[in-house]
Design a protein around this ligand. Structure first.
Ligand SMILES: [Zn+2]
Ligand SMILES: [Zn+2]
Length: 447
């Protein structure tokens, strides 16, 4: 089935500049005059449902292919091929290797009007595979794009829908590189950027209630760095006093940070691993490296915390007499919530019989490069619950298994329906688009 089909005479959306969304369909050739006429948004919903219904087997296969072939940051060659081939198979012209990134892609349909961008993530975690369920993110964003594109084509709605394949969310900040390359320029031309992330099912931490998903996810800022310690080797038994022990520097640094952890705010996180810890015990290690994540609610508080962490690391280096150097990755900004986008999504998901929490007030102690996008253009980062057993955590092998089930796929597809209709609303409803812009331009409540 092609996204670019012959437009049918269904529904009657106003032009993007004409305001109200729920205009009554004027076409009476399809809808019986005895029955109430469906509004255009209802017609759009019907088109999305039938499009995604017929594409479901193909999208399920895309999902399975991604899930069974997990690839880490900037190495998502197979996922890039699967996703771009799927879109091209539906008649969409795709720019592969977009914006100078081998595993990024983009495609745009429509013309004129406003622009909505769907972001698709598809990277996995080393050793754990799709323990963050990005196979479901890619599936839901691609499904939302093709569903909304079909509406655009059939109902001749002015506006543009773009899908942006965004690699390396787990590390490497793919969206930050895309921002720097100009993928969101001019920012004023982007009405909204949209994506959603899977989460474990179960009661919410804040109110103990169960929801099918969350519209407004708040995330904290994250600073990532590799730290290297350099000393000199010697025989560990015969002449240890001649060595400068880089492992001692790293161990002392780790202990210092562990001590610091008690003195930080409850919504801050510091976590690190030893990457290189030496080779053999009878040689004093002359080189070690560690990776650290430092998270705090905002970029400014994160920077203040990073200074304290660096003092711990440098004290370890000084104690062992080692040199220290840093390799800093792009900083993930906190994720902003756009209340108007969330409200519209909650309303539309209710029409599917799904209960969505509108927004959380307290940020979750996790981070995403979608945070950087949310400071540049109005952004929606929802979450959809997939069936899991109790106490399953993101970034675990258990969650990776849950992310590959048919039930998880169904949850992703329901989310896609909601995101698709949200995009159509944004293109057709001037009042909503203005509210979304107004929310975005309000001062950030966080310092
Ligand atoms: Zn993750
Ligand atoms: Zn993730």
């Amino acid at each position: 089935m092609s996204v670019i089909t012959e437009p049918a005479s269904r529904g009657n959306f106003p032009k993007a500049t004409e305001g109200a969304t729920d205009a009554v369909a004027s076409d009476t050739t399809i809808w019986s005059t005895e029955k109430p006429k469906p509004t255009s948004i209802e017609v759009a919903r019907e088109i999305i449902n039938s499009t995604l219904g017929s594409l479901d087997p193909a999208l399920r296969q895309v999902n399975i292919d991604l899930h069974s072939n997990p690839e880490t940051a900037y190495e998502e060659v197979f996922a890039h091929k699967v996703l771009t081939s799927f879109l091209e198979g539906r008649g969409v012209a795709v720019q592969r290797h977009a914006w100078g990134l081998d595993t990024a892609f983009e495609a745009t349909v429509g013309s004129g009007g406003r622009q909505v961008v769907f972001c698709a993530e598809y990277d996995a975690l080393p050793d754990i595979g799709h323990g963050c369920g990005h196979n479901l993110i890619a599936t839901s964003s691609v499904a939302a794009f093709v569903g909304a594109a079909q509406v655009l084509s059939e109902l001749k709605i002015p506006g543009r829908l773009r899908i942006l394949g965004t690699p390396a969310e787990e590390g490497g900040g793919g969206k930050i590189k895309l921002i720097e390359a100009g993928a969101f320029n001019p920012p004023r031309d982007v009405c909204a950027a949209i994506m959603s992330h899977p989460t474990a099912s179960g009661a919410r931490r804040n109110d103990g209630q169960r929801y099918d998903g969350l519209a407004g996810t708040r995330l904290i800022s994250s600073y990532k760095m590799r730290v290297e310690f350099r000393g000199s080797t010697s025989h560990a038994a015969a002449e240890p006093w001649k060595g400068i022990n880089a492992l001692d520097a790293a161990v002392a640094a780790y202990v210092n940070v562990s001590v610091l952890r008690q003195q930080i705010q409850p919504d801050e996180r510091i976590h690190g691993v030893f990457e290189v810890g030496g080779t053999v015990p009878n040689v004093i290690p002359d080189y070690t490296s560690m990776k650290w994540n430092v998270r705090s609610p905002t970029i400014s508080s994160c920077e203040a915390l990073v200074a304290r962490v660096k003092a711990c690391l440098e004290a370890g280096a000084a104690a062992a007499g080692c040199e220290i150097s840093y390799d800093v990755a792009p900083t993930y900004q906190d994720l902003r919530v756009n209340s108007s986008l969330c409200k519209a999504y909650v309303q539309d998901m209710a029409k599917l019989g799904l209960r969505i929490e509108q927004e959380v007030q307290v940020p979750l102690e996790a981070s995403s490069d979608m945070g950087n996008v949310s400071h540049m253009v109005p952004s929606f980062h929802g979450a959809f619950a997939i069936p899991t057993s109790p106490n399953v955590s993101l970034h675990s092998r258990n969650f990776a298994a849950c992310a590959g089930t048919n039930e998880a796929h169904e949850a992703a597809m329901n989310c896609a329906r909601g995101m698709a209709i949200l995009a159509i609303r944004l293109l057709t409803d001037d009042a909503l688009a203005e509210d979304v812009r107004r929310d975005f331009e309000m001062p950030d409540p966080l310092p």
